[in-house]
Design a protein around this ligand. Sequence first.
Ligand code: ADP
Ligand code: MG
Length: 377
Amino acid sequence: MAQRVAVGESAAGPKRTSRVRVAVRLRPYMDKQDVKAEGPCVRGLDSRRLEIINWRNATETLQYEFDVFHGEQTTQREVFVESVKPILRHILTGQNASVFAYGPTGAGKTHTMLGTSEEPGVIPRAVREVFSLVRAQQAQQDGWEYAISMSYLEIYNEKVLDLLCPSTQDLPIREDKDHNILIPGLTSTTLTSFSDFHTHFLPASLNRTTASTKLNQRSSRSHAILLIKVVRTRHGPPHRQQTGKLYLVDLAGSEDNRRTGNQGIRLKESGAINLSLFTLSKVVDALNGAPGTRVPYRDSKLTRLLQDSLGGSAHSVMVTNVAPEYRYYFDTFTALNFAAKSKQIVNRPFVRETLLQPTLTKGKRPREQGGSGSSEP
Ligand code: ADP
Ligand code: MG
């Protein structure tokens, strides 16, 4: 019998909690409907900070600092190398990791995670890297045998759905005696090469995108979760086995659904989405805040599933995607307040050096998207 070895966590002592690293990525300005030539309302300052116009007082900007800021010129490769690649080696030694893309619909989450065939995102690059790390270990003949597998699921309306076997219903999430979180009925497909991954992942992810246009932009309302597992086994006594998990998550849009005026069933969905995202924000806040704060993992499906791979001894990165156009202003503002390590009001007009939009310094306000309220500065 293989014996499970827990790494980085002692059964006796309290769990170490590690911070969630927060990166912010600003996508390029691309508003084709910008008839008023408003220009962007967000811009980068350096490799950790950005600023956004303060709509209450256009002679001020709000400056935010993060662990990393990826400006609009940042390539897919740079995002991967700086924010994701460093954590991947840990999953070969039985540790867990998670990467998730957060932010409003249209701000670049899917571009960051999935990308295109010309500009592949975090997911294909991470899977390729895991294969290359495993190959390198195998070449060293270190006495371990490695196996890589994938699962792909969606959390929609607080239901867990298997994207590799779409006929299954809501799957239950369980915890074993070693505090590993698992989904017993979930399809797990062994991968022997990167092209294997392509074969299984692409049709499933296309399914999801096609369905989304028919079903009220489902992709912006559900969390898509790819799990890559590396199991390594030592042959010969004492028969150790270690399992490392990597979660790659394209989260539901963080926009405030109350403001966009959804009704009926959509409102129910919004509530469920808000529960998972709201709980995620509380979990990340608790992990990054004062030590000893209770982490409310059990309050939603998403955080329950990620419990063993977010905080604790796991390595976690959140990439918050934001868009520079005015029509995203309030959702950008909310997302930045969640992601920021620090925030500062600075007395200088946003467009001081830009000659294109001189009206912006004259108390111009961004258009609100409907109602008002909680997301105001
Ligand atoms: P989300 O998944 O957050 O709703 P998408 O990833 O679909 O957003 O991005 C919205 C649009 O912006 C898409 O057309 C996408 O190709 C484009 N886009 C997003 N980020 C970038 C980027 N960094 N560079 C170029 N285009 C981008
Ligand atoms: Mg998307």
